[in-house]
Design a protein around this ligand. Structure first.
Ligand code: ZN
Ligand code: ZN
Length: 385
């Protein structure tokens, strides 16, 4: 689907919402609709036209990246330009993205647009973005493949003595080395008891024998993100961690089996949650099982209990059940799936997820804990890993 088709789809939504002008400043939405990767004032869409609102800082960039796309010179403050445009065209209703604008700007638009009603709308562009086209799926698959390659490259470095931050540096360098534009988000590396923090940040804690090591990471490829979590068990890990790993793996497998067009998204959450609850760990799984991912790390659809929206071919979301034992550690396994006409495709299938793959049973380096990588030397070391 090219950008013109996307804007036409937006126009259908504008008719449905009865607005004759739509304004978005949300960068992922502007980029999705136009292909323009830069910043600037935003995008105005009418029933027949569309304009990027740009000042001199962005016009050359637009001429290069989206040649021929109409540009409105926005030397005035952006909201003044929007109001002027509506007044000049005699437009009567302006749709804005209620959940993407600060309230002060919404009020400012109301003050400026005297002859034009402001209609705060939610999810117009996101509702189009929720179904990915072939090019988007290819980029998402590429982002998963880069993450898989990066993980394989740094796996030998998961050794006692290494700090969480050092593993983070290695993984991020490996993502770029594997062809990612950059990491999709702040890489999370959590060892031992710290892995019980679902959104923890890497620290100077060193990996120790018996640790759980949790990595939540992803790559950005062609503007699209992967979001993946893997857990490794360092030698000496309690049998209990292997049991918990197997439970979470089973929960993820059951959840993936529930992915099919026409079924409610809540079924995916329920499949994982029931598996974990049946093992007596219901209280230890306290977040939604997944979320849409694309240009943004968290986008539609939400995959949670009570989500009655039906799965549609082209939707891409994470499946990431987890169990967390405060003060002891946590296990989460996160992959990405695509809803297809006939069922489901696991986009992250190149990342192994079996229990055997999670067991780090050989050390390629020193066991003393003294052989710590200097982070300055990440790239050089990686090429030898
Ligand atoms: Zn994640
Ligand atoms: Zn996620």
């Amino acid at each position: 689907m090219d950008n013109a088709c996307r804007i036409d789809q937006l126009r259908l939504a504008m008719v449905r919402e009865d607005v004759d002008l739509f304004f978005t400043q949300c960068r992922p939405n502007v980029q999705y609709l136009t292909g323009f990767p830069g910043g600037g004032g935003g995008l105005l869409v009418t029933d027949e036209e569309a304009f990027l609102l740009l000042d001199g800082r962005f016009t050359a960039q637009a001429a290069e990246s989206v040649p021929g796309f109409p540009v409105l010179d926005a030397r005035k403050p952006t909201l003044d330009s929007v109001a002027d445009f509506a007044a000049r065209r005699g437009l009567r209703s302006l749709g804005i993205e209620a959940d993407r604008m600060v309230q002060a700007h919404v009020q400012r638009l109301r003050d400026l647009c005297t002859g034009c009603e402001i209609r705060p709308l939610t999810g117009l562009v996101e509702g189009i973005r929720v179904v990915k086209d072939a090019a988007e799926i290819e980029a998402l698959e590429g982002a998963c493949a880069v993450a898989a390659e990066a993980l394989a490259a740094v796996r030998p470095a998961f050794q006692p003595g290494r700090t969480e931050k050092e593993v983070e540096d290695l993984l991020e360098a490996a993502i770029r080395a594997a062809g990612g534009e950059r990491s999709a988000f702040l890489t999370s590396v959590l060892a031992g008891e710290r892995s019980a923090q679902p959104h923890g940040r890497p620290s100077d804690r060193r990996l120790r024998p018996g640790d759980v090591l949790l990595l939540d990471f992803g790559a950005r490829v062609d503007g699209y993100l992967s979001d993946l979590t893997r857990v490794f068990l360092l030698p000496g890990a309690d049998e209990e961690w292997k049991r918990l790993y197997a439970i979470v793996l089973e929960a993820q497998t059951r959840a993936i089996e529930a992915v099919a067009p026409g079924r409610p998204l809540a079924d995916v959450d329920r499949a994982a949650r029931e598996t974990i609850a049946d093992a007596g760990l219901g209280e230890s799984f306290f977040h939604a099982v997944g979320h849409g991912v694309g240009r943004e790390l968290h986008e539609a659809p939400g995959v949670r209990a009570g989500a009655s929206e039906e799965m549609e071919p082209g939707m891409v979301f994470t499946v990431e059940p987890g169990v967390y034992l405060p003060g002891r550690g946590g296990i989460r396994i996160e992959g990405m799936v695509l809803v297809e006409e006939t069922g489901c495709r696991v986009l992250s299938s190149r990342l192994p997820r079996g229990l055997d793959d999670a067991l780090l049973d050989t050390f390629s380096g020193s066991k003393s804990g003294r052989d710590v990588l200097p982070c300055m030397d990440v790239q050089k070391r990686l090429s030898g890993v």
